[in-house]
Ligand binder design. Structure first.
Ligand code: AMP
Length: 282
């Protein structure tokens, strides 16, 4: 498959395109991204192609989900390379609005959420999920896809958008996609490009510490102790831990201690000036 994706920048063009898809009775899967595409994003596109006849990839570095001191201005923007990768995969369309198209003058609405949005990332990035929920809500309304693929790499975000689609009756089925990793276990992320060679060599410690914690829990350690041990391991490598937590895998609420409760381990830590996140099931 080498057909070039159609690139649209305005809501009007997007709606014309998706209407044409629907008139062919095609189901549509949306893959929301911030660009700087890597093999993790490609896994989302491939999964989207399995569930729907037409795949639209959105590329938008969403300013409202970045805090004032975060990396919005230096976030990598690589549209030409992204276009080539999506062409190779045979994605049908790219929706690449600019900020004025997404947030016209006078824009005043924000979707705020609790439930899965509480805690974890929200404790450190208080603006983050309102920014994500608002932009994903807008993308779902504009594109009206049947499906949307999201990565488990951003596990809390996956649970937040699943809740959002249900709560606002957006009718989009969320398709979760497992995390794509480097051979040494580091989860692929556009932000890995910020790491120096020395930092890159250390970065897999988050994943290896989470894996040991999962093993320890399966071996009978309490989730709190296992998470603390993982945090200590990560800190010992020179990272600054924001959190390592064991949560209910579906609600992300604190564990109740019930037998057989599904557990997810989630972590965020700074390696130099780069914030990395990862998570695994127990
Ligand atoms: P981003 O461009 O970082 O906003 O990510 C766009 C989508 O790609 C989100 O659904 C992410 O969860 C997903 N994603 C990012 N990295 C990975 C990865 N390593 N494996 C699987 N999905 C990923």
């Amino acid at each position: 498959m080498t057909s070039k994706p159609v690139v649209v920048e305005t809501v009007r063009e997007l709606k014309a395109l998706t209407s044409a898809f629907r008139s062919e009775k095609a189901r549509i899967a949306l893959v929301p991204t911030m660009g700087a595409l890597h093999a993790g994003h490609m896994a989302l596109v491939r999964r989207a192609q399995e569930v729907a006849e037409k795949v639209v990839v959105s590329i938008f570095v969403n300013p409202t989900q970045f805090g004032p001191t975060e990396d919005f201005s230096r976030y990598p923007r690589t549209f030409d390379a992204d276009f080539e990768k999506l062409s190779e995969l045979g994605a049908d369309a790219i929706y690449a609005p600019d900020a004025a198209e997404m947030y016209p003058r006078g824009f005043s609405t924000r979707i705020t959420m609790s439930g899965p949005a509480d805690g974890l990332e929200s404790d450190f990035r208080p603006q983050f999920f309102a920014g994500v929920a608002t932009v994903v809500g807008k993308l779902f309304i504009r594109c009206a896809p049947d499906f949307a693929a999201f990565g488990e790499k951003d596990y809390q975000q996956l649970k937040v958008v699943t809740r959002l689609s249900k709560d606002l009756d957006l009718g989009v089925e969320i398709v979760p996609v497992p995390t794509t990793r480097e051979p040494d276990g580091l989860a692929l992320s556009s932000r890995n490009a910020y790491l120096s060679a020395e930092e890159r060599a250390i970065a897999p410690v988050i994943y290896t510490a989470l894996k040991s914690a999962a093993l320890n829990i399966r071996g009978g350690a309490t989730p709190a102790d296992a998470a603390q041990k993982a945090a200590d391991t990560i800190t010992a490598k020179g990272l600054k831990v924001d959190y390592v937590a064991a949560c209910h895998a579906e609600t992300l609420a604190p564990l109740s201690g019930d037998e057989g409760e599904p557990i997810r381990l989630l972590a965020a830590a700074w390696l130099g000036g780069t914030r990395l996140i990862d998570n695994i099931g127990v």
